[in-house]
Design a protein around this ligand. Sequence first.
Ligand code: SF4
Length: 444
Amino acid sequence: MGLIYTKHQEKILKKIEIESDISKWKDWKWQVRNAVRSIEAFEHLTGIRFSEEEKESLKITQGKFPLSITPYYLSLIKKDNYKNDPVFKQSFLDNRELIVSSSEMGDPLSEDHDSPVPGITHRYPDRVLFLVSNVCAMYCRHCTRKRKVGDVDSIPDKSQILQGIEYIRKTPQIRDVLLSGGDPFLLSDDYLDWILTELRTIPHVQVIRIGTRTPVVLPYRITDELVNMLKKHHPIWINTHFNHPREVTTSAKESLAKLADAGIPLGNQSVLLADVNDCPRVMKELVHKLVMNRVRPYYLYQCDLSEGLSHFRTPIGKGIEIMESLIGHTSGFAVPTYVIDAPGGGGKIPVMPNYIISWSTNKVILRNYEGVITSYQEPDKYEKTLCDRDCENCNLELQLNDGEEMDAIGIEKLLADYDDTISLVPQNNERYERRQELYETNKL
Ligand code: SF4
């Protein structure tokens, strides 16, 4: 496949390095070295001009949240209508980032609170988030980790990575490790290879996933060398982060094809962003382009309550509306799961339009995407099974000694036949505290 670049990209390259040959454009390290990190450089390369007053306030924003745009991603901005451009809005400074509403937090997902060792967030029973990099090719203005991404003082060093690996090694219920950051693909091939090799020495680690935005903002990072290295560590899954159909360019498609051809299953996590992709038509176009490039739309995230993101947040109703316009209307495998990452660290909560209208002991009344209402007949007979985790079926099918089985938690605990918990009580429930007192004073 020959060199893929536009006249516009060649112009930007020449503005950066007049003597450079266009082949430089596809050198990812050249792209990172020459990322736009100042308002002046942005003006110089795009021809967009800001007033002195605008520049003064933008500098204050930049003082709080760093700016970095690869020349490639910059080249996707449509200069004539930049204020309304989805790429510009995701990449360039916005003074509204300084507006912090009372509901916003530095760490809305309490990742640091669920962190047993630096860089590891262990929130769910059988998987961990492992922050192995703190650098990104492009600093998204909607980043949920704005509080620390790009902060050169908190780049994880080798000893911190080793600490994370040791935690995973000593925690047998961890079967799934998600590498993120920052962007793990901003690490060198050798360093990433070392991390993956270490993780692969841990028998209970079944799957390694990598979260990267490089196919979107720096597709040239997906080199043959990188892909050949990743192939050594299968099963590897990759989640990428396309937010708008305009980002699915020829170069992006080429990078996705390389990964998919290497047998790496690809998922996409979009963030629902006001004035960027909060439109059913835009989202449908995006998911169609993704599946055409062998990327499964995985999650549609409600924008988190991170500081500096209020101008990106939409009402949840907008997310429901978009899901209504996708489910049934297009192929099921093109429909992501719309989730709210619970503030405080409760994890991802799927949010869906409601399709059950009513039900009785014998029938369930449903409505489909067209609004057609239908009834589903419940079975006349159904053999209830009481699961004591030792019934005929389990013994027949499950070799439970393969791995440590987790105890039920949350609603699953209330549903479990082998667990006699009958209620989940929030902490500091006054009625229960009064009852406890009565127990302690033997009045009950
Ligand atoms: S690539 Fe991810 S971690 Fe990096 S700035 Fe964007 S959203 Fe944040």
